[in-house]
Design a binder for this molecule. Structure first.
Ligand SMILES: *Cc1c(COP(=O)(O)O)cnc(C)c1O
Length: 430
């Protein structure tokens, strides 16, 4: 096989760096963690991405989660076209907003009321403001390795202990902005209990990725989510499930439906926008009714609920009502996960595999990954080899160990088996 040509991507990347910081509009796209030049994409169809040099790849990123139905699903494209010709935004209410809210509520009944925004970041930022306004408390608990978008007060890593102040992970976030944020290890219910014993009545909310997908895929251990629900109830703390990634992904009703837990608030994004920018937050009626104009907690958006994005979301969620889709995704994702696991085992490559529905991860490590500390022990050099080896063979995985592999309805057995075969070749270079 001749080596791929990526000349146009390289040229465009050089050009991009002149005008765009790092040449990209979201940092992970720059391939910083694995080295090399990012690919510039021309088009996507089904489970394939085509770069500007004419190479095709089986795509396991799916725009970082939204594209559960693959690229350019004709049923969605058609409806977006029709919506655009009626005007792209009115700054006034539409029937489409009501329809999308209904579709979300049907799948996730805990969202008694829903507010649309334009991104996952906006959703979590607004949900936290709401929780603080509702409880009249300031402190927030989050978990190490959970990502909730680039909200100032959530860009924090744990201090040396739960009682010490965390430090901002980004310059530009004043220490004062994170002084109310407490970051604790994921999957450690005792740590939450300890903090709440001392400060339970000061805490406005606990925000958690109920299944963590931004340090690789890390599953909640037995009784962890139940424990969070119990503690938050006891202290009157608002429990926020950040299901921006997992909503309509791990199951039609998200993580909360799989674990039978009712959070107070839920944040959504990614899939509910059908590939266009949409976020949402929703939950208990009494909490949601404290948002303006019903209540005093302010939140607004010029393009929030615009008819084009709503239509893409409606088209997607209407298709996903057919729950046999999730059965199909389960089977394919299982096939991929088992295949990758076997390749590692046969080649004696230490690896830890996680999967929930169509979200999975192969961690190159010899120990179980249960939190951020264990995730960070992975062999990221090996991951870079995996990434580049697979890319060379036409399989596009995330350019970082700490991301999920996403399977879409368009991935067929043919692509999955080819992926496993390619992986068999790639491990030879490890
Ligand atoms: C992607 C993601 C976000 C941020 O969403 P954006 O649309 O990128 O702002 C927040 N929370 C989780 C769990 C996510 O996966």
């Amino acid at each position: 096989m001749s080596k791929r040509i990526t000349e146009k991507s390289e040229k465009t990347f050089a050009e991009a760096q002149k005008f765009i910081p790092g040449g990209v509009n979201s940092p992970v796209r720059a391939f910083g963690a694995v080295g090399g030049t990012p690919l510039f994409i021309k088009s996507g169809t089904g489970c394939y991405l085509n770069d500007i040099d004419g190479n095709a790849y089986v795509d396991y990123i799916g725009s970082w989660g939204p594209l559960i139905l693959g690229h350019a699903d004709p049923r969605i494209v058609k409806r977006i076209h029709a919506a655009v010709s009626n005007g792209t935004s009115y700054g006034a209410p539409t029937e489409q907003e009501v329809r999308l809210a209904q579709l979300i509520k049907e799948a996730m009944p805990s969202l008694e009321k829903i507010r649309m925004v334009n991104s996952g970041t906006e959703a979590t930022m607004s949900a936290i403001r709401l929780a603080r306004g509702f409880t009249k408390r300031d402190a927030v608990i989050k978990f190490d390795g959970c990502y909730h978008g680039h909200v100032d007060s959530l860009l924090i890593q744990a201090g040396s202990g739960a009682t010490t102040l965390g430090t901002p992970t980004s310059p530009g976030v004043p220490q004062d902005f994170v002084k109310h944020t407490i970051s604790l290890p994921y999957n450690d219910i005792d740590a939450v209990n300890d903090v709440c014993l001392k400060r339970g009545k000061e805490i406005a909310c606990i925000i958690v990725e109920a299944v963590a997908g931004n340090m690789g895929v890390v599953l909640p251990q037995k009784n962890y989510l139940e424990g969070l629900r119990e503690i938050t109830k006891k202290y009157g703390i608002v429990l926020i499930f950040d299901e921006v990634m997992t909503g309509f992904r791990v199951a039609h009703g998200g993580v909360q439906s799989l674990y039978h837990i009712t959070p107070d608030l839920t944040t959504l994004g990614k899939i509910i926008g059908g590939g266009l920018p949409v976020g949402a937050y929703g939950g208990k009626r009494e909490i949601m009714d404290t948002i303006s104009p019903m209540g005093a907690v302010y939140q607004a958006g010029t393009l929030s609920g615009n008819p084009v994005a709503m239509t893409a979301g409606i088209a997607t969620l209407e298709i996903l009502k057919d729950t046999t889709i999730y059965k199909g995704l389960e089977e394919k994702s299982h096939r991929l996960a088992v295949g990758m696991e076997k390749v590692c085992k046969d080649a004696k490559i230490p690896a830890y595999h996680t999967r929930i529905g169509s979200m999975l991860c192969t961690f190159f490590t010899d120990q179980p990954v249960t939190d951020y500390t264990t995730a960070k022990k992975c062999n990221t050099e090996r991951y870079a080899k995996f990434f580049h080896g697979m890319l060379e063979k036409g399989f596009y995985f995330a350019p970082s160990q700490f991301e999920a592999i996403f399977v879409s309805t368009c991935h067929g057995e043919k692509e999955i088996d080819a992926t496993i075969d390619a992986f068999k070749e790639v491990v030879k270079s490890f």
